[in-house]
Design a protein around this ligand. Structure first.
Ligand code: UD1
Ligand code: CA
Length: 455
């Protein structure tokens, strides 16, 4: 006996008005379908089949390329209903399997809810996810007799009495393989929409002596599907608030939990403080006592204890050691590595550069393809000329080097330990240790010069 999942994702998503298949639209930076597949993977299934129809190739290619889920794909050429969709996914399902059916456009159902559905399912029992809704319109209604579920009726097929029912079908079902196979064989499309409804299996099951057991989600957002960009945006906010609350509960202070976006994973220590409007993308880690100022965009970066990122910084694939100090307005591009207590100031761009402990690049500089030793001071306006139009070259600044302001370092070039570069120099040759080097035209002072005045 093993657990198998079927994910329905063949629908067109007309209301998205998009060339991209609905299930690939991102929530928290990740396709809707990937949310579902990630959650299902946590339950360690024997197999996951995704039913695709519209834009099937794009869905398959994206999921196969961007995730490591091994998915079995089933094609549903024409969308003849949810029951028909499941019929396309029966290959490989054994009578003894427990099958869980869910939707690719319902991203936030929790593993614990799926688990609860699997737990109620046995040879005699179908599990069905239901919830109470103040406004149930559009949903299938749960019909009960003497408390027990006797069927699900779609909105378009419901009697006026049934339309008043506020318990609705969320769409997720757990069922034994043998029951699923035999019940699907009985489906017809004699209904208001001319579709093969998966929901028709319940009444038939009850007629055959099986029972349908309702399971409820912990949170209503778990059953929210995405049919439009308005719903997608609403669900994004709900999810971000949930992530923000998890962060706060783990020891992070947020200036405003409604103004942080996490599009990936954010691993945090304690006593971190994050100001408003920060966006974290990919995989980021923040050590203890890290302070992030407002409006920072941080992607795939690692920041160690006691570091401060001031307002308006952009970090991408950067590694920051302890007690570093960055910004405001700094841009750390991929391959930037700051050792302990290094300092990157305003309007500084770094790329593929290691900055040694205690070294500073404080103002208005570009430092790329460089290795800086310890306690190096790079003056304002310093530029590494790392690119000759064809190739990139390295700049090495050894320990205790002092670079005067407005210096151009024409790479490849190395400045020896303790050397000083005079301001305004263009350095195109290696500089020996401890010397003062400068390239500068002599100052001329012209006598008796008068400024032009207005005619
Ligand atoms: C379905 C349920 C309804 C429930 C609601 C919850 C049926 C008949 N009705 O209605 O009781 O309250 O979900 O959201 O099941 N899909 C396919 N192939 C198809 C049809 C649909 O793959 O031929 C997929 C869609 O891509 C979607 C999911 O199944 O992910 C649900 O389809 P949708 O058309 O949204 O079902 P509803 O009419 O909303
Ligand atoms: Ca729907």
């Amino acid at each position: 006996m093993s657990t198998r999942f079927i994910v329905l994702a063949a629908g067109k998503g007309t209301r998205m008005k998009s060339a991209m298949p609905k299930v690939l639209h991102p929530l928290a930076g990740k396709p809707l379908l990937t949310h579902v597949l990630d959650t299902l993977a946590a339950l360690d299934p024997a197999g996951v089949t995704v039913v695709v129809g519209h834009e099937a190739e794009q869905v398959k290619t994206t999921i196969d390329k961007d995730t490591d889920h091994s998915v079995q794909w089933a094609a549903q050429e024409q969308q003849l209903g949810t029951g028909h969709a499941v019929q396309q996914a029966l290959e490989g399902i054994a009578e003894d399997d427990t099958v869980l059916i869910t939707y690719g456009d319902v991203p936030l159902t929790r593993a614990s809810t799926y688990k609860a559905l699997l737990d109620v399912c046995d040879d005699q029992t179908i599990g069905l996810l239901t919830l109470m809704m103040d406004d149930p319109s559009g949903y299938g209604r749960i019909v009960r007799e003497g408390g027990a579920i006797v069927g699900v009726v779609e909105q378009k097929d419901a009697s006026p009495d049934q339309l008043t029912i506020t318990e609705v079908n969320a769409g997720v079902v757990s069922i034994k393989g043998r029951n699923l196979i035999s019940l699907l064989a009985d489906l017809d499309n004699n209904n208001a929409q001319g579709e093969y409804y998966l929901t028709d299996i319940h009444a038939q099951a009850v007629r055959q002596g099986l029972s349908v057991q309702a399971v409820h989600p912990e949170d209503a957002s778990e059953t929210d599907g995405v049919n439009s960009r308005v719903q997608l945006a609403a669900l994004e906010r709900v999810h971000q608030l949930y992530l923000a609350e998890q962060l706060m509960n783990s020891g992070v202070t947020l200036a405003d939990p409604a103004r942080i976006d996490i599009r990936g994973t954010l691993v945090t220590g304690t006593d971190i403080s994050i100001d408003i409007n920060c966006v974290f993308t990919g995989h980021c880690t923040l050590g203890n006592n890290v302070v992030i100022g407002p409006n920072c965009v941080i992607t795939d970066s690692h920041i160690e204890d006691n570091s401060i990122i001031h307002a308006n910084c952009v970090l991408e694939s950067a590694r920051l050691g302890q007690a570093t100090n960055v910004g405001p307005f700094a841009r750390l591009r991929p391959g930037t590595e700051l050792a302990k207590a290094a300092r990157i100031g305003n309007f500084v761009e770094t790329k593929n550069t290691q900055v040694g402990a205690g070294s500073k690049i404080n103002h208005l500089s570009y430092v790329g393809d460089s290795v800086l030793g310890e306690n190096v001071n790079v003056g304002a306006g310093t530029i590494t000329c790392n690119y000759d139009g064809a190739n990139k070259h390295q700049t090495v600044l050894e320990d205790n080097v002092h670079i005067g302001s407005n210096t151009a370092l024409v790479a490849p070039v190395k400045v020896g330990a303790g050397a000083t570069i005079g301001a305004g120099s263009t350095i195109s040759r290696d500089v020996p240790a401890k010397k003062l080097s400068l390239t500068r035209s002599k100052q001329t002072d012209i006598d008796n010069w008068t400024r032009p005045s207005k005619n």
